[in-house]
Design a protein around this ligand. Structure first.
Ligand code: NAD
Length: 320
């Protein structure tokens, strides 16, 4: 079947919630009593903190590195202290939130969770291994969610099938909850179903994200999902405009900022995201779709080759 036709069918199934496969034992989001988060980095820490604060569930926070756990929890305490000083929350509320965060370096401690969100680095084999483990460790009703930016959910779900793709008892519980950075600030979250994901899993993921105070958008399992599929070609086109002399840096950023009411122009935004990340996502869109409209800009490639990655390296389209 042609790819556009397959996607149209997948989208139709998403909208009508009709699926090919049987239901799983996923429970309603209200029954999510304990969350697990794997990876206490930039995203995982934010997810754990918001879940503790808004959904008020205990969170088992797993990281293979004790140093990452220490750094993450110190950052969480700093954010909570700032909220107290600005009188957004009381000291008691901050203490209650902090007490809900339970750090560990052992993934086996996820055995009592009802919902787990994986946020380890974007390395396919690492995520496949972790999902195979989660399928074994977590209870059979637990939802297994990933925060991946670019790896197909269907591929991650397949890693839980123990070599038998027809056994969907684990893969139907896999879904993506793709939070936006920084998690405590950004309200949007993309919820992505793989081909194997059951409607109950999708519903539970949507409802749990709402309990976390987020506004979910549902996307099909397609390269870049929704946010990056729309955002990255916009940034890439702005870089092509610079590269081909259609406008200079300040004109490009000023017209988008002042003409479309966004807080920063596309070149400054690219610097904040990281030019290496922008290039990696454009490459995924280009190779996975085979569509030339996603060709990464030559200037973007050159800047990454030069090590000018944006804010994090001190130089990108701007100097920091
Ligand atoms: P990060 O590098 O800040 O954090 C990853 C954490 O995972 C680290 O603390 C690391 O010690 C830990 N880790 C590594 N291997 C592990 C293992 N086997 N078991 C447990 N912990 C392990 O990464 P991040 O920026 O938080 O990104 C995490 C995920 O979120 C990635 O898939 C990324 O694509 C996605 N994402 C990132 C952003 C962003 O802006 N940073 C936005 C949306 C989605």
């Amino acid at each position: 079947m042609a790819a556009p036709m397959m996607l149209a069918r997948q989208a139709l199934r998403l909208s009508s919630r009709v699926r090919y496969f049987s239901s799983t034992a996923a429970r309603p989001a209200a029954e999510v009593k304990r969350l697990g988060v794997v990876g206490a980095g930039q995203m995982g820490l934010g997810i754990a903190l918001v879940a503790a604060q808004k959904a008020q569930v205990p969170v088992t926070l797993v990281d293979s590195s004790q140093a990452s756990l220490d750094k993450g929890l110190a950052f969480a305490e700093k954010l909570l202290a700032k909220d107290v000083s600005k009188q957004r929350i009381t000291q008691e509320q901050a203490d209650a939130t902090r007490a809900l965060l339970q750090p560990t370096t052992s993934i086996d401690d996820l055995s009592p969770v009802d919902f787990v969100i994986e946020a380890v680095p974007e390395i396919p084999e690492l995520k496949f291994d972790i999902f195979a483990k989660l399928a074994e460790i977590c209870p059979k009703h637990a939802i297994l969610a990933t925060n991946t930016s670019s790896i197909p959910i269907t591929r991650i779900a397949a890693a839980t099938a123990r070599g038998n793709p027809n056994d969907t008892s684990n893969s139907s519980r896999v879904v993506s909850t793709h939070f936006m950075n920084p998690v405590p600030v950004q309200k949007g979250v993309e919820i992505i179903s793989g081909l194997q994901t059951s409607p109950e899993t999708l519903d539970t993921a949507i409802e749990f994200c709402k309990r976390m105070g987020k506004i979910p958008s549902v996307s099909a399992d397609s390269p870049g999902f929704l946010a990056n599929r729309i955002l990255m070609p916009y940034i890439n086109e702005a870089i092509i405009c610079l590269e081909t002399g259609v406008g200079d840096r300040d004109s490009i950023d000023a017209i988008m900022k002042n003409g479309t009411n966004v807080p920063m122009g596309p070149l400054q935004l690219a610097d904040f995201i990281g030019l290496d990340t922008c290039l990696a996502i454009m490459k995924v869109l280009h190779t996975e779709t085979g569509d030339s409209k996603y060709r990464p800009s030559v200037l973007l490639r050159n800047m990454v080759d030069a090590g000018w990655l944006g804010k994090k390296s001190g130089r990108g389209f701007y100097e920091y």
